[in-house]
Design a protein around this ligand. Structure first.
Ligand SMILES: NC(=O)c1ccc[n+]([C@@H]2O[C@H](COP(=O)([O-])OP(=O)(O)OC[C@H]3O[C@@H](n4cnc5c(N)ncnc54)[C@H](OP(=O)(O)O)[C@@H]3O)[C@@H](O)[C@H]2O)c1
Length: 272
């Protein structure tokens, strides 16, 4: 793997570092000698991880307890790390809210839009500017394989992930002449708290094994600077090709609708 510290700078900011894919980004970066700013709400989890990584890798990690849904959160993060040599950011924190859109509260759907969409935009805007000024840096945006199609019963989440993917790929083009690497990673179903908690979905019924979160982080980091977007796993790549280039859109939407409906839990049976 590339020497990220020499290429980009001493620190990497990872949002959603207290579990799942974000935790694995932190682990891989620390193992590569990068000091990590660990961002999430659960301070205890972040402190334990920071201490473990310092012991294992000799890195000097910083815990940044933050609710990214709070007003001005990204500005607070930007201020908090402004004195550090930050060379990389991983906009990973995310939530999903499976279910019929009209059954979910609007507040919940707006939280998905903010945390999964507006926060990565704000991070890419702030740090993209900083990195462009310095002439080096890296931005990783975590999208989802669901970006490939409109997806009923996770409609807003899939739409927001498609937005993030489009944003990141365009930004890759805009910033490549400025020494800044931008990568979108679009994981398929992955072991994490989202899938453990189910968050309203029975992932068993969606079919296919869950990928280890470590593989997602490693695939992203090893493709940083080489391409604009990466999908971890051969099966996920095949599915992406099929959905985007072979199936008519109406068929992929119906397929997602059928799959998601049967995987929804904690609700009354739905008529087909
Ligand atoms: N797992 C999958 O199958 C899958 C597939 C495709 C894409 N993804 C994407 O991968 C990313 C990581 O998710 P994951 O699967 O690793 O799930 P996860 O284990 O639930 O991790 C989500 C992370 O986001 C943080 N977070 C949630 N709300 C937050 C808030 N308001 N402020 C700050 N941090 C917050 C959580 O930390 P705290 O609770 O401590 O704040 C946690 O660290 C998400 O963007 C998700 O959409 C996941």
């Amino acid at each position: 793997m590339k020497d990220f510290r020499a290429a980009y700078g001493r620190y990497a900011v990872v949002t959603g570092a207290s579990s799942g894919i974000g935790e694995q980004f932190a682990r891989h970066l620390s193992a590569a000698g990068v000091d990590v700013v660990l961002v999430a709400r659960r301070k205890g989890r972040l402190e334990a991880l920071a201490a473990e990584l310092s012991r294992a890798d000799g890195t000097d990690n910083i815990v940044f307890e933050l609710d990214l849904l709070a007003e001005g959160a990204v500005a607070e993060l930007a201020r908090g790390v402004s004195d550090l040599d930050v060379g990389m950011v991983v906009a990973n924190a995310g939530i999903s809210a499976p279910g019929p859109l009209v059954d979910n509260s609007l507040a919940t759907e707006l939280d998905v839009l903010t945390l999964d969409g507006a926060v990565p935009l704000q991070m890419a805007h702030h740090f993209g500017r900083e990195f462009t000024r310095r002439g080096r840096g890296a931005i990783i945006l975590v999208a989802s394989s669901l970006e490939a199609s409109a997806a009923p019963f996770t409609a807003n989440y899939a739409a927001v992930k498609a937005y993030v993917s489009s944003l990141g790929q365009a930004l890759n083009y805009e910033l490549k002449g400025h020494g800044v690497d931008v990568l979108v990673v679009s994981p398929g179903m992955t072991e994490s708290e989202i899938t453990q908690r189910s968050a309203g979905l029975d992932f068993q019924k969606l079919g296919g094994p869950l990928m280890p979160a470590s593989q997602v982080a490693q695939t992203a980091l090893s493709n940083l600077g080489k391409r604009a977007r990466v999908i971890p796993g051969i099966t996920n790549n095949a599915a992406d090709l099929l959905i985007k280039h072979v199936l008519p859109r109406s068929l992929s939407v119906s397929m997602f609708g059928w799959l998601m409906r049967r995987a929804l839990v904690d609700s009354a049976p739905r008529e087909a």
